[in-house]
Structure formats: C-alpha cells, structure tokens
Design a protein around this ligand. Structure first.
Ligand code: DX5
Ligand code: ZN
Length: 227
C-alpha cells in the first residue's frame, strides 16, 4: 500500500497572496505543494521559475513537488535544486534533448526525488528504459499547460500498467482531479493526487482535502484487485 498524498497545485492559488495561500493549504492538510513550472515553449503557458520556488521554500513546511513543463530540464536542474525542490519531475516528451539517465542520476545524487511525467497522448511504455530509476511517475490526466481542464479517464490504464509492470514508486495524477474523479484514479493505482481547482476553489479547503483523502483511501487499488 502506498501512502495516499494530496498535492494542491499552486497554479490555482492567488499569487498576490502566495505566502498566505501556502499556509492555508498546509494548515488544511496538504501533504505536498505541487508547483507547475511552465516555459511557454514545451507548453503554451508561462508561469514561474526558480526565483519563485526559492521564495516559496522560505515559508513552506511541506515538500515542494516541482513539475517541470519545460523543454530543457538539464539547463535548469541546478537552479531548481538550489531553490529547494524536494521532488524534480520532468517530461518524457523532452527525452530526445539530452541524457535522461544522467539527469536522473544527478538529481538523485543530490538527495532529491526524481520523477518523469507523461502527456495524455504519450504511451506509458515510453518510460520503460528509466522506470527502475524513478521515485515517481506523474500521469497527466489533462494536456499540460492550464488548470481547470476536464479529467481524461482514458489515461487511467497507464496507472494499472505501471503497477502490473512492477513499478514500486509513487504514481501521481495531475489534471481535473476532484471529488468526482479521484476514486477512479485511486482504484487504478494512483496514490498521489494533484488538485488545483478542487482545493483552491473550495469554500472549506480542509474539508475538501479530507474528503479527497477519504475517497482515495477507500478506492485505492480496487481496480487491480478486481473489486
Ligand atoms: C496543468 C498542471 C496541473 C493543473 C491541475 O498543466 O500541471 O497541475 O494545475 O489543475 P486542476 O487541478 O485545476 O485541474
Ligand atoms: Zn502539474
């Protein structure tokens, strides 16, 4: 059984009050803080870089789960590690731009957990060469770039495939995760849930995180168990 973790995506936060928003979701029970870094090239949106991550690190009490939607994670590796990333996740779709194995090893050599993310239209088999060296796989259940999109259930078999393939790390899902979608993700074997709109848009964030956690815990792995 992998630990169920709720990771609110700060993309949905009020950036004019970022420190307060971090404290708010941490007090509400967030396990990780999911930081959506976008370069305006790998994805059409442009968000923030290491400078903001460093500012968040000063006030955060929970791990920083950095999701790099950028074309060149090799170039910015040290900047994000120095800024305080606790998890460093980049996309398999940029693999042709550099030595993935060397990147994985160099991040882990600094004691930081490393992950790879896959877009909805990327076959999960693309991760095979690196699976044993990953701490986490981030399955996109929307096309990366923007919050508030509709959950894509067609990606769910990727989680089941990973568990069946013997992947023992964390499986995270990102995009459109909320009260009506989290149970099916957990049933497929997902144990880390990125939720932006569902958490930051909730009138009571603690109640929402508790509700998400309960729904995920109750459903975790049941699809694999054939329940
Ligand atoms: C999209 C981001 C997601 C997104 C989640 O590229 O990676 O983390 O912010 O947003 P919601 O939970 O609002 O669908
Ligand atoms: Zn994300």
């Amino acid at each position: 059984m992998h630990e169920i973790r709720i990771a609110p995506s700060l993309l949905a936060a009020d950036f004019a009050r970022l420190g307060d928003e971090i404290a708010s979701v941490e007090n509400a029970g967030a396990d990780w803080l999911h930081l959506d870094v976008m370069d305006g090239h790998f994805v059409p949106n442009l968000t923030f870089g290491p400078f903001i991550v460093q500012a968040m690190k000063k006030v955060a009490r929970r791990p920083l789960d950095v999701h790099l939607m950028i074309t060149d994670p090799w170039r910015y590796r040290d900047a994000f590690l120095d800024a305080g990333a606790d998890l460093f996740t980049f996309h398999v779709e940029v693999a042709q731009h550099g030595d993935v194995g060397a990147l994985l090893d160099s991040v882990r050599a600094r004691g930081v957990k490393v992950g790879m993310s896959i877009q909805p239209d990327t076959p999960v088999e693309r991760l095979l060469p690196w699976l044993p060296r990953l701490d986490l796989v981030l399955i996109m259940s929307v096309f990366a770039g923007f919050g508030g999109q509709k959950f894509m259930p067609e990606v769910l078999p990727k989680a089941t495939w990973l568990r069946t393939a013997g992947f023992r790390g964390d499986i995270s899902m990102d995009g459109g995760i909320g009260s009506s979608t989290i149970a099916q993700a957990a049933a497929a074997g997902v144990n880390v849930f990125v939720a932006g709109t569902a958490v930051f848009g909730a009138p009571d964030r603690a109640a929402r995180i508790a509700q998400l956690r309960a729904a995920a815990s109750g459903a975790y792995g049941t699809a694999a168990a054939g329940a």
